[in-house]
Design a protein around this ligand. Structure first.
Ligand SMILES: Nc1ncnc2c1ncn2[C@@H]1O[C@H](COP(=O)(O)OP(=O)(O)OP(=O)(O)O)[C@@H](O)[C@H]1O
Length: 253
């Protein structure tokens, strides 16, 4: 039996001037998977995820969310998605509670449902005290957590999260891990980019290694890792720093 992938990317391509940021990317994200996307700085992860979620129009290629063409039928595909974009630009003159409520209302939830879910999310993400604080006064980690709450409030089928653990303290990271793992255990799909290989190995069952806008390897974590660990495989695929220059002028003695 073939099941429809949560996300199917076909030939996704994006160029910024002379930079080919994403180069004909094909990727199937199986429904029910916890999928990690890793790659060096500038590899094209954010650009790929932005196109995969309707935030950035591809130059070429297509995206299907649970079989629904995202760019042809965005009104049908987008409700299936919960998205935490990179460097979230948000309405930061709202309080955290207002921002989550706004996200919920925008997704068509009624006021009572929004209120209940907002309170659940603030508690689960340890943002209860911060609920009445303006988002512009949030730390980087708090902003990340409230962005995640906004991505979750309409209970999407597929979560696409750009660096969800970046700047988040270990206690909050534990809470986020539990929320995401429970989401996957109950049939949801998570796609997340991360630079932390240990975190990807701990959480994800599938991984894609991206480099220079291409998918260098992708599949079940064990297959991609081979015999070693993910970091070794990552370095083998993308290469080490080319010019390992000795910064003699930095030495203190
Ligand atoms: N809006 C833009 N205008 C011009 N170039 C861009 C733009 N966005 C991304 N790029 C370029 O596209 C390439 C891919 O960038 P992208 O942000 O997708 O990489 P990334 O893998 O997410 O990197 P990082 O791990 O550092 O976040 C880089 O060369 C980057 O400079």
């Amino acid at each position: 039996m073939t099941t429809v992938p949560a996300l199917a990317l076909r030939g996704l391509t994006k160029r910024f001037g002379s930079t080919l940021a994403v180069d004909r990317v094909d990727l199937d994200i199986p429904a029910g998977s916890f999928y990690g996307v890793v790659g060096p700085n500038g590899a094209g992860k954010t650009t790929t995820l932005s196109m995969a979620t309707g935030l950035l129009e591809p130059d070429a290629g297509s995206v299907a969310v649970l079989g629904v063409d995202l760019w042809a039928a965005p009104e049908a595909a987008k409700p299936l998605l919960g998205v935490l974009p990179d460097g979230l630009h948000t309405f930061d003159r709202l309080t955290g509670a207002e921002l989550i409520s706004y996200a919920g209302r925008l997704r068509g939830l009624d006021r009572d449902t929004v209120r209940a879910r907002r309170d659940d999310l603030l508690a689960a993400l340890d943002l209860e005290d911060a609920g009445s604080v303006l988002v512009m006064d949030y730390s980087a980690g708090m902003t990340k957590k409230v962005g995640l709450a906004c991505a979750l409030v309409h209970a999407p089928r597929v979560l696409v999260l750009d660096e969800p653990f970046e700047a988040v303290d270990p206690v909050s990271a534990g809470a986020i891990r539990r929320i995401l793992s429970a989401f996957v255990e109950t049939g949801g799909t998570v796609v997340m980019s991360s630079h932390v290989m240990a975190l990807v190995e701990r959480l994800c069952d599938h991984v894609a290694v991206v480099g220079s806008g291409r998918v260098l390897d992708a599949g079940p974590l064990g297959d991609v890792r081979g015999g070693g660990d993910l970091e070794e495989r990552f370095v083998a695929l993308v290469g080490d720093v080319r010019d390992q220059r000795d910064l003699t002028w930095l030495r203190q003695s």
